[in-house]
Design a protein around this ligand. Structure first.
Ligand SMILES: Cc1ncc(COP(=O)(O)O)c(C=O)c1O
Length: 411
């Protein structure tokens, strides 16, 4: 089934016709691809297809959650507790070296139940369907950007990212006519699946274009804490905004998450921050959308944002996995070390065949690159690549790398 075909849901009686435009989700396609395959039972399965952190969640976060369960007795406010917004603003200032007071926790921060829902909801709140909007996004990309655009009545416009542009979409290659219709530009740095990091200059260029063409920049920075060189934390859009003289973060909204930072994807905790005017509108939208964060989740998130030591340890584990897996894989394939994230994005001949055969012969699951990218001017930049998420334990990742190498060499 091609990714362009809608999923097999009945649209009768009449429902929102935009639902018919949603593409089949990559993991559904993966399930279909692997259906009927018979992996060797003697090998334990190793799943590296999903970007779900599997390090042990820090105990102090779990303790804070259970200690505050009584909070389930109250409805939470959409704007969240002041102490959560303060913890988020303080973390932003610490992490991105923003001046004291640059992020006002009262007007510039909102909690989100993970960035996924916030990325989706943001597009619904920010686009004017009557103006033939475009939502410009990287390609390959996190699938929510596209679904959000389609359901908002906008068209997605894809900017290809491949080795030729160091995996960062070339903003200057986007036609003027596209920028004119753009209402939201999605950036993802560090990138999923490429791990590429946008520089301050790159982010400033995006802001210049936003000023010139009157659109909003939505910067998905949920991998900003997973980077390989401890001395080189990836920069963020709020930093670039201040450097560009956008003292009030005009046109900028960033998305951050505890899922990867603290290995608590099930907590569903993140936040959005930036331009107070946009945050106010987004709060209005969210009040109706009804996505307030439960109070125990908020109170578990406060110590998580306030602590950095557990994140240093988290990075150490990812670094260990990259250091071990890369040399093994390089015996059999071309694979770059990313700047950040926990993904590898190696070249293979036929990504679907590679994925299916690897599963059948070695019981390792990866994701075909073409499933998380779309055909655009430069073809499908995910074709001929697979995404390997180094989320399993260190020994499991090493074992998986050996199995992948052995499979690739034997083909
Ligand atoms: C690029 C990107 N953005 C956002 C998310 C959503 O993460 P969460 O909703 O857990 O914050 C993911 C999850 O894999 C992702 O890869």
């Amino acid at each position: 089934m091609s990714d362009l075909q809608p999923t097999a849901y009945s649209l009768q009686p009449a429902v929102n016709p935009a639902l018919a435009r949603l593409r089949q989700y990559p993991f559904e396609r993966l399930r279909n691809l692997l259906a009927g395959a018979k992996p060797p039972g003697a090998l334990t399965p190793i799943t590296l297809s999903i970007g779900e952190p599997r390090h042990t969640p820090p105990k102090f976060i779990l303790d804070a959650l259970t200690e505050n369960l009584a909070g389930l007795g109250s409805y939470p406010a959409t704007a969240g507790l002041p102490q959560l917004r303060i913890a988020a603003a303080n973390w932003l200032a610490r992490r991105f070296r923003l001046p004291d007071g640059a992020v006002d926790p009262d007007t510039m921060v909102l909690p989100a139940n993970g960035t996924r829902e916030a990325l989706f909801a943001f597009v619904q709140a920010m686009t004017d369907a009557a103006r033939q909007p475009l939502v410009v996004m990287p390609n390959p990309f996190y699938q929510i950007y596209e679904g959000a655009a389609l359901l908002a009545g906008a068209e997605p416009w894809f900017m290809g990212a491949d080795r030729g542009n160091e995996y960062l979409p070339d903003l200057d290659s986007v036609p003027e006519a596209v920028w004119k219709r753009c209402q939201v530009l999605f950036l993802c740095s560090p990138g999923n699946p490429t791990g590429a990091v946008a520089s301050i200059d790159y982010l400033r260029r995006a802001l210049e274009l936003a000023d010139r063409h009157d659109f909003v920049v939505a910067s998905d920075e949920c991998y900003s804490e997973i980077y390989l060189d401890e001395a080189k934390p990836p920069p963020g859009l709020l930093q670039a905004a201040l450097a560009a003289g956008h003292d009030e973060f005009e046109r900028c909204v960033v998305f951050h998450s505890l899922s990867k930072r603290s290995s608590v994807p099930g907590l569903r905790s993140g936040f959005v921050a930036g331009d107070a005017r946009l945050i106010k509108l987004f709060l209005l939208y969210r009040t109706y959308h009804g996505c307030a964060m439960p109070i125990p989740t908020q109170l578990a998130s406060v110590p998580a944002w306030n602590d950095d030591a557990h994140v240093v340890e988290n990075r150490r584990l990812y670094r260990q996995k990259f250091a071990a897996a890369l040399p093994i894989l390089r015996e059999a394939m071309q694979v770059d070390a990313p700047d950040a994230s926990f993904y590898l994005w190696p070249e293979v001949a036929d990504d679907e065949r590679f994925t299916r055969e690897l599963f059948e012969r070695k019981h390792v699951t990866v994701l075909p690159g073409s499933y998380i990218a779309r055909e655009s001017a430069c073809g499908n930049p995910g074709r001929g690549r697979v995404r390997i998420s180094l989320v399993a334990s260190v020994p499991e990742c090493i074992e998986a790398a050996e199995r992948i190498r052995d499979y690739a060499l034997a083909r």
